[in-house]
Design a protein around this ligand. Structure first.
Ligand code: UD1
Length: 418
């Protein structure tokens, strides 16, 4: 089992290219099963979650291989409609294969997905929507069996909550359905727009992705296409946190500033300064201690992203005052807090609330990550801490951050994987 050894308190400098977005890669890889022909996905990050999706594609009968930063997928008629437990458990993103495989073959049999333990993560919204599109859905023995013998039919679907995964699943199921589907209260995350951009390039007719109402006119078939994934806004937010915690100035390359609309003002409140030039963003930490960020509420996009909560919370541990976090998306997303307290942080959590009293500095310690963004938070904390931090649970980091220790080392951090 690998660990990261971090010798903290090294200032960062220089520039880092932001990887492609994991949360775009997973639904777009699932979308390839709807197409006939070849798709080339550029800037597809080399992550264990992406590998898991490639494994599912190969199991289903597609060819899927990596070529540099691109992944090439050829799907010509799937030979299977089932995805076994072992493959499903590797990533939560595997759930979006449900809509795609069902639309492609008229049947999908999947076991419940895996992913980080950050809450209950029910899938009721996915299943209800697929039923509305005409599927017969049965849940048995930890698996879901969906059938649409006469094909899927367009429907009006009003989501009670703008679930990212459910919105993606509906888009995938609806784009080759008969007739028009309308999703109201759809998730507006940039990754939804990226999925629709890919599918529209393949011949789909999806309108309004990125807004609260999405209209999908079903088409008969889709071809493959070339598509470059959007940059990963959560990786960008994590690097901003690393810079803020180490009193550094770094430049992020290949950023879409508007995707960080709710993130940058919070770091500005903490005293960071930003300079945006075209697709580059320079962050400069304050000379003095970070200021507290008062209250941070996670919300669906365009609100503050739940995925950036953990790295920001790490930064707040060394701010000069109190920051309150309200986690509105997942029930169990403060698991990094107890590990941060081992490093000297002062954090109290109760349900969806965390109260962080900033301390002057953190100290290196042996800590263990138990989920993806928590791992990133502990790594950022280790960079700022006095002394040596030994971070285990690196497999969680590798679900979403591509060779992150190398990225940080290139910026001057002392991080080694052993
Ligand atoms: C996606 C992202 C994840 C991010 C999250 C919220 C991917 C691969 N993952 O996860 O990184 O943290 O969006 O931005 O893109 N819910 C239900 N029933 C459902 C579906 C969801 O109650 O059928 C609830 C969830 O338990 C959670 C909330 O809705 O409390 C948000 O979940 P959702 O937006 O679906 O997140 P994911 O798609 O799982």
């Amino acid at each position: 089992m690998s660990k990261l050894i971090i010798n903290g308190q090294r200032a960062l400098s220089g520039a880092a290219e932001i990887q492609g977005a994991k949360n775009s890669a997973l639904p777009i890889l699932a979308a390839t099963v709807l197409t006939k022909g070849e798709s080339v996905l550029f800037r597809c990050p080399d992550l264990s979650d992406v590998e898991a999706s490639l494994g599912i594609l190969r199991y289903l009968g597609c060819t899927a291989q990596r070529s540099g930063d691109a992944v090439v997928v050829k799907s010509e008629g799937l030979c299977r409609h089932d995805i076994p437990d072992g493959l499903m458990r590797k990533t939560r993103g595997s759930l979006v294969f449900l809509g795609a495989v069902l639309a492609s073959t008229g049947r999908a049999r999947l076991c419940f997905p895996g992913g980080c333990e950050i809450g209950l993560r029910p899938i009721d919204l996915h299943l209800k929507a697929l039923r509305q599109l005409g599927a017969v859905v049965k849940e048995r023995h930890g698996c879901i069996d969906c059938r649409a013998v006469h094909g899927l039919k367009g429907a009006q679907i009003a989501l009670p909550f703008p679930s990212v995964g459910a919105t993606e699943d509906i888009i995938l199921a609806a784009c080759t359905a008969c007739g028009t589907t309308t999703i109201t209260n759809a998730a507006r995350e940039p990754e939804i727009r990226d999925l629709a951009d890919y599918l529209n390039r393949c011949g789909a007719k999806i309108y309004g992705a990125g807004e609260g109402e999405i209209v999908i006119d079903g088409v008969k078939s889709l071809s493959g296409c070339n598509h470059a994934l959007i940059p990963d806004r959560i990786v960008a937010a994590t690097l901003i946190s690393c810079a803020a915690m180490t009193g550094s100035e770094i430049t992020l390359k290949g950023v879409i500033h508007s995707h960080l609309g709710a993130v940058l003002p919070v770091f500005e409140d903490a005293g960071c300064a930003f300079k945006a030039v075209e697709n580059e963003l320079t962050v400069k930490a304050p000379v003095k201690r970070l200021r507290p960020m008062k209250i941070v509420r996670t919300m669906p996009y365009p609100g503050f992203p739940t995925d950036a909560q953990a790295p920001l919370l790490a930064a707040s541990t060394i701010a000069d005052g109190t920051t309150v976090f309200i986690e509105n998306i997942f029930e169990n997303r403060f698991r990094h807090a107890s590990e941060l307290t081992r490093m000297g942080a002062d954090i109290k959590t109760e349900g969806k609330f965390a109260v962080v009293e900033g301390v002057p500095r953190l100290y290196g310690a042996a800590v263990e990550a138990v989920d993806l963004r928590g791992a990133a938070a502990l790594l950022a904390a280790g960079l700022s801490a006095e002394g040596r931090t030994e971070l285990s649970g690196v497999k969680y980091l590798e679900r979403g951050y591509e060779r992150f220790e190398q990225v940080l080392s290139s910026l001057g951090a002392d991080v080694k994987k052993i």
